[in-house]
Write a protein that binds this ligand. Structure first.
Ligand SMILES: Nc1ncnc2c1ncn2[C@@H]1O[C@H](COP(=O)(O)OP(=O)(O)OP(=O)(O)O)[C@@H](O)[C@H]1O
Length: 304
């Protein structure tokens, strides 16, 4: 088995009497996009700061790209791209100067690469940092994280404060990184922004990892609302009998609405027996699904 990109065992961090992490076991495989989810205060930022050696753990083990963060120094830091949601920069230099300086620290980046990223995000490299809006500073943050094509990207609530256009560009960057074999570890407190890119999601709560799931599997179990408009009247009974389909209603004989759990195959094949004018299926809310599923398992466990 290849070495994981990130591994922690029984990782503990206390802040005086406050709990930061209470024994976190985490494994992020090389080449995957891993969404690290949890409510505020769960321990996401604490974990990420330990990975980057910005703070040190109270106990447990941690390796990043096979190296302990505290022993990795500059050589390890160069192999990582890091972005915090509240990327803080200030100063009189221009965005180009700052990125050039950071690029040197990372061992050099072709100037074309910086220009290309800035172009995609609509960032004017000639502007002084201190005159930039919050959104534009965040663009500088995105460029500095991705520009050196690091083996590992560590992104802490990266899309908070990005406008929708930028969020889409960001999603594209994460997908390209994955296609290029880079590993991405991304924290968030909303499933929506990670479900577009993540292979797996891990849920952290009260300083512990409580669940890990493949996004694909979550999708397979998902429940969607479906609406199909037919040219001619259809019989609701035929559709109600299909596997995974319930709550069937038909308006004016031609508009069928139902809930679909799991695969769409049977429903699509039944619909194909008629002339379909249009079809709408809402994207499932994986967050709801995830928490319903785990609340259910927890209830089973307690009952047992
Ligand atoms: N410097 C600190 N001093 C004291 N307690 C801290 C400190 N930093 C974090 N904590 C505590 O550690 C716990 C985990 O915080 P952490 O910031 O890692 O959570 P998080 O999951 O990143 O949440 P958020 O999304 O709010 O940033 C919280 O209870 C928090 O109050």
């Amino acid at each position: 088995m290849t070495e994981p990109a990130i591994s922690t065992e029984a990782l503990v961090k206390t802040y005086g009497r406050n709990r930061g992490l209470a024994g976190l076991d985490l494994r992020v495989d090389t080449g995957e996009v891993y969404g690290f989810l949890g409510p505020n205060g769960a321990g996401k930022s604490t974990t990420i700061r330990i990975l980057l050696d910005l703070i040190r753990p109270t106990g447990g083990r941690v390796t990043v790209l096979g190296v302990e963060p505290r022993a990795g120094g500059v050589a390890l830091r160069r192999r990582i791209g890091y972005l915090a949601g509240d990327f803080v920069v200030d100063g009189r230099q221009t965005a180009r100067e700052l990125l050039g300086y950071l690029a040197n620290l990372r061992g050099g980046v072709p100037r074309r690469r910086i220009e290309e990223l800035a172009d995609r995000l609509g960032l004017d490299l000639g502007r002084r940092i201190k005159g930039l809006s919050k959104g534009n500073r965040q663009k500088v943050g995105v460029v500095q994280a991705f520009m050196h094509e690091p083996e590992l990207l560590v992104l802490d609530e990266p899309t908070s404060g990005l406008d929708p256009f930028l969020q889409q560009e960001f999603v594209a960057l994460v997908r390209e990184a994955r296609a290029a074999g880079q590993t991405v570890f991304m924290s968030s407190h909303v499933m929506g922004e990670v479900q577009q890119t993540a292979d797996r999601v891990g849920i952290v709560r009260e300083g512990r990892l409580i669940a890990v799931e493949r996004v694909e599997q979550l999708r397979e179990r998902a429940v969607r609302q479906v609406e199909i408009h037919f040219e001619d009247p259809v019989d609701p009974g035929t559709f109600a009998a299909l596997p995974g389909v319930d709550e069937v209603t038909v308006d004016a004989g031609r508009t069928l609405r139902c809930r679909l759990a799991g695969r769409a195959d049977a429903l699509v094949k039944a619909a194909a027996g008629h002339t379909v004018v249009s079809l709408l299926a809402e994207e499932p809310d994986l967050e709801e699904l995830f928490f319903t599923y785990y609340a259910g398992r927890e209830a089973d466990r307690v009952a047992a």
